[in-house]
Each structure stands twice: as structure tokens, then as C-alpha cells.
Design a protein around this ligand. Structure first.
Ligand code: TRP
Length: 335
């Protein structure tokens, strides 16, 4: 707890261009949570270097992502929006937690198995201990809840195990975090292969709609979206996964229910429907894109957010870190 609020932590990596999946599935939910919880939203740049990055590009993307958090509606006065690498406690706690995490546990992580087969020439130790750094992110702020996608659930389970293990030895040091799983419409699939999640790193440029795509590009991608031969706008996951995905997107952009959407398009063809979905996405993204353009002009403002929030994060994280250091037996600091 901070004051009378529970604490929420989440983070995103600044690799690849964010898609409407990241926005409709994650970011826009974050905005809804920001009144209820004391929120820490990090740009997790330390995680990104587990895969080789171009330095200038990583830096620029990290700044864009941080601006995007704000453009999406997170007020940086209320939400602590900051770069992971600016707060030294993440690395320090991760080291300690490494000593409370087993090789066997980390070997079982499916993301590690996936990534090490994708980057077979660079299976570094950071890739292996990635989930421990993630546990440090969360435990450092004594987070009560962590909004994560299903793909990160295994890492969150591990975080809970590490916290419980540590608490069992040293007493109640860490809050054991709960997952926060968003409601329907949260999982947006690829427009070209609706059995796959829409991804910021898809090789097919028509598969994903990026947050900064212009209206023409967005409309074109929706026109090319894969559908089926049934010919009815119906939320039938088994036989019409493409249409199902488009309904979810439309619903997320307009706030309409699935039933209302099915009724609106009764007797209409896929062409009409796709146009409407495309338009709803263009309208949903317009304010976000305008705000991004504004923020890009306002360098001093972003700089002040970066500085102030890093200080705030440092303050709260140090409280936990000092406690942990004392528990494990590090000598006290002389002041
Ligand atoms: N690993 C997460 C992802 O790739 C990002 C992340 C890092 C995170 N630290 C976190 C998410 C802490 C939630 C909480 O999506």
C-alpha cells in the first residue's frame, strides 16, 4: 500500500512498433486502472538488451514508448512513468533474487525456450535470468497487482514463488502479487493469421496495425484482412476467427457489444464491415496520434517527467531494497 491505495506495477518493452493490440489490450486498460491504484508503469529497457539492439534505435524507441504512455492518457503526475534503467534498485534486487531462484525453474520458462531457439547464436545469461529481473521490477514496489497478458503469466507465477520463498526465510518482506487480467476484447489477433496474436515483430506488414499508421494505411490493412467464406458477421470463434477478431477490434474501439455489432451488420457484406472497422480504428487512434505529435514538440516537458518520476521510483524502490539488503546480511550503511 502507498497511502490508502494498492500498488500496481506493469511494464512494456520498447522493441518494435506498438500495435493496436498493445493499445486496446494493455495500455487503454492501464488508463482505467490509474485512479484506483498507485501505479508504476515502466519502460523496461534493461529487459530489451537480452536480445541485441541498435543503441540509437533503442534509445529513441524507449522515449517514444514513454511518450506514448502519456499520449494514451496516463497522467504522469499520478502514475509513475519511468525508465527501468534509471532506477538502480532493479539490477540490485535482481542480483539478490537470482540467489533465490533455481536453474530448474528458469529452464522451464517457455519464453526462454522460445527466445533461445529464435536467437540460437546469442543465448546469454540475461535471457535466462530475464524472469528474475521481472520479479525484481514487481517486488521492488511491493506491487499488489500486475496487469499482464497470458504470455507473461508463467513469469508472474515465478515471481510469486520467489516472493513466497524469500518471505518464508526472512519474514514478511515482499507483497505477493496477483495477476490482473483484462476483460474481453483484450486479445487482438493478426489480421493475416487470426490464430496468432497481433505482434509488433510480425514480418508481414499487413498483419499488424501500428499505432502510428496513417488513416490510408489502416484502411488498406483492414481491407486486406483475412476472413472466411461464411459471409455473415458473427462472433463464431471456431469457424470465423478472422471476423471474430474484427468484431473484437470494432467492439474495443466503439464500446459496442458483440450482439449490437452482429445486429448492425446483419445482411451486410464483409466489405462494408471491414470499412467500418477500419474507420473505427482511425477514429480511436486520432487523438492518440495528435497527442504524440504535441508531446514530440515538447521536449522539456518529457524531460521533466523522466527526471521527476525516476526520483519517485527511486524513493519507493529504495525502501524495499534497504530492507532486503538488511535481511540477507549486507552491512549497514554509515550515514
Ligand atoms: N516481460 C514483460 C513483457 O515482455 C515486460 C515486463 C518486464 C513486465 N517487467 C515487468 C510486465 C513487470 C509486468 C510486470 O511483456
Amino acid at each position: 500500500m502507498i497511502g490508502d491505495k494498492k500498488v500496481l506495477f506493469s511494464g512494456m518493452q520498447a522493441t518494435g512498433n506498438l500495435t493496436i493490440g498493445n493499445y486496446l489490450g494493455a495500455l487503454s486498460n492501464w488508463v482505467k486502472l490509474s485512479d484506483e491504484y498507485e501505479c508504476f508503469y515502466s519502460v523496461v529497457d534493461m529487459h530489451s538488451i537480452t536480445v541485441r539492439q541498435d543503441p540509437a534505435e533503442l534509445r529513441s524507441r524507449a522515449r517514444k514508448l514513454l511518450s506514448l504512455y502519456i499520449a494514451a492518457g496516463l497522467d504522469p503526475e499520478k502514475n509513475c512513468i519511468y525508465y527501468q534503467s534509471h532506477v538502480s534498485g532493479h539490477a540490485e534486487l535482481a542480483w539478490i533474487l537470482n540467489c533465490f531462484t533455481y536453474m530448474g525453474e528458469l529452464s522451464r520458462m517457455t519464453q526462454f525456450k522460445d527466445k533461445s531457439s529464435k536467437h540460437a547464436d546469442n543465448i546469454n545469461a540475461g535471457l535466462f535470468t530475464y524472469p528474475v529481473l521481472m520479479a525484481a521490477d514487481i517486488l521492488l514496489y511491493q506491487a499488489d497487482v500486475v496487469p499482464v497478458g497470458i504470455d507473461q503469466m508463467q513469469h508472474l507465477e515465478l515471481t510469486r514463488d520467489i516472493a513466497q520463498r524469500f518471505n518464508a526465510i526472512y519474514g514478511d518482506v515482499f507483497t505477493v502479487p496477483e495477476p490482473y487480467i483484462g476483460k474481453v476484447g483484450a486479445k487482438i489477433m493478426s489480421l493475416q493469421d487470426p490464430s496468432k496474436k497481433m505482434s509488433k515483430s510480425d514480418e508481414n506488414p499487413n498483419a499488424s496495425v501500428y499505432l502510428m499508421d496513417d488513416p490510408d494505411t489502416i484502411m488498406r490493412k483492414f481491407k486486406r484482412a483475412v476472413t472466411d467464406s461464411v459471409g455473415v458477421v458473427k462472433h463464431d470463434e471456431e469457424n470465423q476467427s478472422g471476423i471474430c477478431n474484427l468484431i473484437d477490434i470494432y467492439s474495443a474501439c466503439t464500446g459496442m457489444s458483440v450482439e449490437a455489432i452482429e445486429t448492425e451488420f446483419e445482411g451486410k457484406g464483409y466489405g462494408d464491415f471491414k470499412t467500418k472497422v477500419g474507420e473505427s480504428v482511425v477514429e480511436k487512434l486520432r487523438p492518440l496520434q495528435e497527442k504524440m505529435a504535441d508531446l514530440e514538440k515538447n521536449k522539456d516537458y518529457i524531460d521533466s517527467v523522466i527526471k521527476n518520476n525516476a526520483e519517485k521510483a527511486q524513493y519507493f524502490s529504495n525502501k524495499t531494497l534497504r530492507k532486503v539488503q538488511k535481511k540477507v546480511g549486507f552491512p549497514e550503511r554509515i550515514r
